[in-house]
Design a protein around this ligand. Structure first.
Ligand code: UD1
Length: 419
């Protein structure tokens, strides 16, 4: 298994371009199952998760090719299988996104239950209940979620509680081809949900209310192929900005959407970063001390759970005590113990991490446990004195394209070692 070797501390300096969003491209790929013909999606990041999802779609009978950032998905010959098997789903929870589209397009779907993940339970009950509200018969058989709608789906009404990105996307996709009108309440308004909705509308779906908590969907008989460009990855942008917070220095970020990263910028400024827009670029700088912060993750437009770990790496070096609460996933703190191996002082209790800032971190071997946790460890390693080894970087490859090369181009001393 590959690992990263990092020699720190090094401040960052230079330019970096933000890639297309992992969390946007996966639901778009699932949506191609609803469309007949060749869907073309551009600005696609070449990630392990994108490749995994392509494998899943091929398993279902979709012909797909990813090259030079363009993904072509051909569904003309129809879906061959309605089963997302355990061996693929266990590698990638986002496989659950095919449940709604397969059901709507084929009248049947079988998706292996995703189970928990490294930081605790991640239920899918809202996906199931939302599809049941569209008339599907839902059951569980031998570890699989089985959905059937022999006569087709019909419009319905459903309220998500709590707000869920995944369930909103899944039920929205199914409702696009259901007979009649669907009303979905307390929907997620994350940019990735809006992108999915807009792509569906571009393909002929009738969706109103995108970006608000209530969606009205008037089902249509068929959808044209998708044509869209993936939005920039707001979490990747936030990760590079957080890298400047942790390591100090100055970077210029190209290609990010200010309205998407706004909830992240507030926290980074509180930490002591200066961030300003210069034309199309976002310039971020930190030269003074890091200040402690109080952060709570919330659904968009709140601070994202996907940035909590990276901000913790910065808080570890702040001049005072920070409080970081994850209201979306209260157990998502596996990075805290690894950051402590680098000398951080963190106590986690009842969904809140109390981070007592230290003057410096020290390099050590650490283990990546999930995607964003690994990003936090890499950032901390860049700021730590001496050599840090980050093991199990396959987690980070799931969601960041060649992160070590891009950080090295900003001055970090980081390299990948094949292992
Ligand atoms: C969440 C994040 C998303 C992030 C992703 C990966 C939010 C609202 N969503 O999306 O931005 O990219 O993690 O880190 O911040 N829930 C249920 N039943 C369900 C589905 C969800 O109870 O069927 C709960 C979850 O336990 C969680 C909340 O709803 O507390 C939000 O989950 P959801 O948005 O679905 O999670 P992801 O789609 O994984």
């Amino acid at each position: 298994m590959d690992y990263f070797v990092i020699e720190g501390p090094t401040p960052l300096d230079g330019d970096v371009r933000v890639a297309g969003a992992k969390n946007a491209v996966l639901p778009l790929m699932a949506a191609a199952l609803l469309c007949r013909g060749e869907s073309v999606i551009t600005n696609v990041p070449d990630l392990r998760d994108t490749r995994f999802f392509l494998d899943l779609l091929r398993e279902l009978g979709v012909a797909g090719e990813l090259g030079a950032g363009t993904l072509r998905l051909e569904t003309a010959s129809g879906v061959r299988s309605v089963t997302a098997p355990y061996d693929i789903v266990r590698k990638m929870r986002a496989s659950i996104y095919v449940l709604g589209p397969l059901l709507a397009a084929c009248g049947e779907a079988r998706v292996s239950k995703p189970g928990g993940c490294a930081w605790g339970p991640r239920p899918v009950d809202l996906h199931v209940a939302g599809l049941a509200a569209l008339g599907a018969e839902m059951s569980e058989e031998h570890g699989y979620i089985v959905a059937r709608a022999p006569g087709g789906l019909r419009g319905g009404r459903y309220r998500f509680e709590p707000v869920s990105v995944g369930a909103t996307c899944n039920v929205l996709m199914a409702a696009a081809l259901a007979r009649g009108e669907t009303t979905l309440e307390n929907c997620a308004c994350e940019p990735e949900v809006v992108q999915l909705g807009e792509a569906l509308v571009g393909a002929g779906a009738r969706v109103e209310g995108l970006g608000t908590r209530t969606l009205h969907i008037q089902g249509v008989d068929e959808l044209q192929p998708l044509r869209c460009a993936v939005i920039p990855d707001r979490i990747e942008a936030g990760t590079f900005l957080a890298a400047v917070a942790v390591a100090g220095g100055r970077i210029r970020l190209a290609g990010c959407r200010l309205d998407h990263v706004a909830p992240i910028l507030g926290v980074l400024r509180d930490l002591g970063c200066e961030i300003r827009a210069e034309g199309d670029l976002l310039v971020a700088e930190r030269s003074g001390p890091l200040r402690p912060v109080k952060v709570e993750t919330e659904p968009f437009p709140g601070f994202p759970t996907d940035m909590q770990a990276q901000v913790m790496a910065a808080a570890a070096l702040a001049d005072g005590v920070s409080f970081i609460t994850d209201t979306i996933y209260p157990d998502r703190f596996t990075h805290a113990a690894e950051l402590e191996r680098l000398g951080a002082n963190i106590e986690v209790k009842n969904g809140t991490a109390t981070v007592i800032g230290v003057a410096a971190l020290q390099g050590a071997p650490v283990m990546a446990t999930d995607l964003r946790a690994s990003a936090a460890l890499v950032l901390a390693g860049i700021a730590a004195r001496g050599r840090t080894e980050v093991r199990r970087v396959y987690h980070i490859d799931r969601g960041y394209e060649r992160i070590e090369e891009r950080l090295a181009a900003l001055g970090a001393r980081i390299e990948r070692v094949a292992g």
